[in-house]
Every structure is written in C-alpha cells, then in structure tokens.
Ligand binder design. Structure first.
Ligand SMILES: [Zn+2]
Length: 306
C-alpha cells in the first residue's frame, strides 16, 4: 500500500489508490450495509487495474473495535442460540475434521501456526493430532479463553509481526482471517519469514465472484462490512501471494460454506422462507463450484514459497 496516498483519519481510512496494486483507477462498485451489528452503510470499491475489491472509508485499527463488540458475531463467541448459530456449531465440528485431514495430506511437518486463532478450537484439535501449535490472536478475551479451555498460550499479533517467534513452522493457517487484517502485506511478509522453505499456507477467504455472492448482491453475508476490509477473488489472492513471495499451488473448498453464507444472506434480506431459499441457493452455489472452482463461495487457497 502506498501509505502517503491513502489518508487515515482517527476514524476511517480513505483509499485514493488500490491497496493491492497502488493503481489510482479505483471506483465505487457496491453500496452495502453492516447488517449484523451497527446497521451502518459502507461502500465497496473496485480497482480498474487489478480488480481488487475493498471496503472504502473502513474504520481504522483504533476505531474498528465497536464493530466487533456484539454477541451476534459468532466467530468471536460461543453462543448456541438460534438456528443459524446451531448450524454453525455443528458445521464447525465437521470442518475441524476436514481441515485436519487436508493439512495432513499436504505436509508431514508437525509445527503449525494459526493466525486469528479465536477461541482456540482449531489449535486444540490439531494439538490432539500431534501438532506443535502456535496461535496468534488480537482479541485478549479469546486468548484468555484458549488458555483457560485448552491450556494453549496464544500470542498477540505484535509478537508475530515483530519477528519474536523464532521457530519456523511447516503449516500456517488463516481461516477467514486475512480479510480482517488492516496490514495484510505485513502479515504476508511475516508469514514468509516464519514458514519453513517447504512449508504450506492455507488461506480461506470468501469469494465475491461466487454464485451466492452474485445472487445476493448487497445482501451477501460474506461482504460483512466493515469487518471485512478486503473482498477477494481467486485472481486477487494470486496477486497478493505473488507480491509477497508466494504462489498459489492449489485450491480446495469446504462444502458447508455456501449453505452458511446463503442462510445468513436470506436472514439479512428478511426472507420469510430463509431455510428453503438459503438451502436452495447454497446447493446451486456448491454445484456451480464443482463445475467451476473459481466460483467457490469460500475457497481454501494453498500457497507455497516461490
Ligand atoms: Zn489494484
């Protein structure tokens, strides 16, 4: 990012250049709303040069915390209230197993770093599978919960970003985290430093080129403004990887993601038949992604060092 050209006031960051490629050719592409917490409106801009999409006038690192402070933000809480959350929790157990299997197919190494480790369920799952786990998490309450529930000590981001973790790792995972990170290049560079030369990085992020994203438009749940600062596609993930010394070597998917995104999008649309329509759109999206993986709702990108 060309810092001198993008101005950060105390509250918001107004981009005048593309945060990925620095082109000045950026323009409004979609107006949407923070349906889950603040109900504030936000604009998504697109870069005419590289097609990167990002949340314009996003809250700065020091002003974004209120947008996370809600029990409805289930990535940061453990509530089991409501159908969508119950589905989410059931899905989490299934997905932990899928993630673990995928990682063990990709590497025989046993040192794992999870960035944005939340309340530590994934770290604990991998620890139980014989991995030496390291977590990085910005939320102090989530770090405390990981220590209390799983006896795993998790690092705050500066410990990682300032290079204080000395041991190299074989696997780095970011499960729906990269899109939340203001300093995405700083993280990518720190990941490159921390990863063993034959290591792998797994990055799961929503894909705004997916069928469900295009069906729901501004109601698509995975825009999740302003918590999602960046809106990726396969093409822009590849560009970000290349810029930071990585290459995308493969792309996988988790089959429940399109259903989760579609059900939540129906809720934001105040649909009366959200289960039926959400299930249907989720199914179509999943089928479309089998035919065309570049339209998966939430791909898992597998990166290696160049
Ligand atoms: Zn660009």
């Amino acid at each position: 990012m060309v810092q001198t050209k993008n101005t950060t006031s105390s509250a918001v960051i107004k981009y005048t250049t593309c945060p990925l490629c620095s082109s000045k050719n950026i323009q409004l592409t979609l107006a949407t709303t923070d349906y889950s917490i603040s109900k504030d409106g936000f604009e998504i801009y697109a870069c005419g040069a590289c097609d990167f999409h990002f949340t314009q006038n996003a809250p700065s690192p020091t002003s974004i915390a209120p947008y996370y402070q809600s029990d409805v933000y289930i990535s940061h809480s453990d509530t089991k209230e409501g159908l969508v959350n119950r589905l989410y929790h059931t899905a989490r157990e299934l997905m932990l197993k899928k993630k673990s299997k995928l990682i063990q197919k990709l590497t025989t190494g046993k040192r794992l770093l999870d960035i944005g480790s939340g309340t530590g369920y994934f770290l604990n799952h991998m620890k139980q599978h014989g991995f030496k786990v390291i977590g990085v998490e910005i939320d102090g309450d989530a770090r405390a919960a990981t220590l209390k529930n799983f006896n795993i000590k998790v690092n705050p981001p500066p410990t990682f970003l300032e290079g204080q973790l000395t041991e190299k790792v074989d696997v780095i995972t970011l499960w729906h985290v990269l899109e939340h990170l203001h300093d995405m290049d700083g993280y990518m560079q720190s990941m490159h430093r921390q990863l063993a030369d034959d290591g792998v990085v797994l990055i799961a992020v929503p894909n705004h080129k997916s069928y469900d994203a295009q069906h729901y438009g501004k109601y698509w749940a995975a825009y999740d403004v302003p918590r999602h600062l960046w809106h990726f596609s396969p093409k822009t993930v590849a560009k970000l990887a290349d810029k930071n010394g990585f290459k995308v070597v493969d792309q996988k998917r988790l089959p429940l993601d399109p259903f989760y995104n579609s059900l939540l999008s129906e809720k934001y649309q105040s649909s009366k038949l959200s289960l039926i329509f959400g299930g249907l759109i989720g199914l179509i999206s999943l089928l479309v992604s089998y035919v065309n993986p570049s339209r998966s709702t939430s791909p898992i990108y597998i990166l290696k060092k160049k």
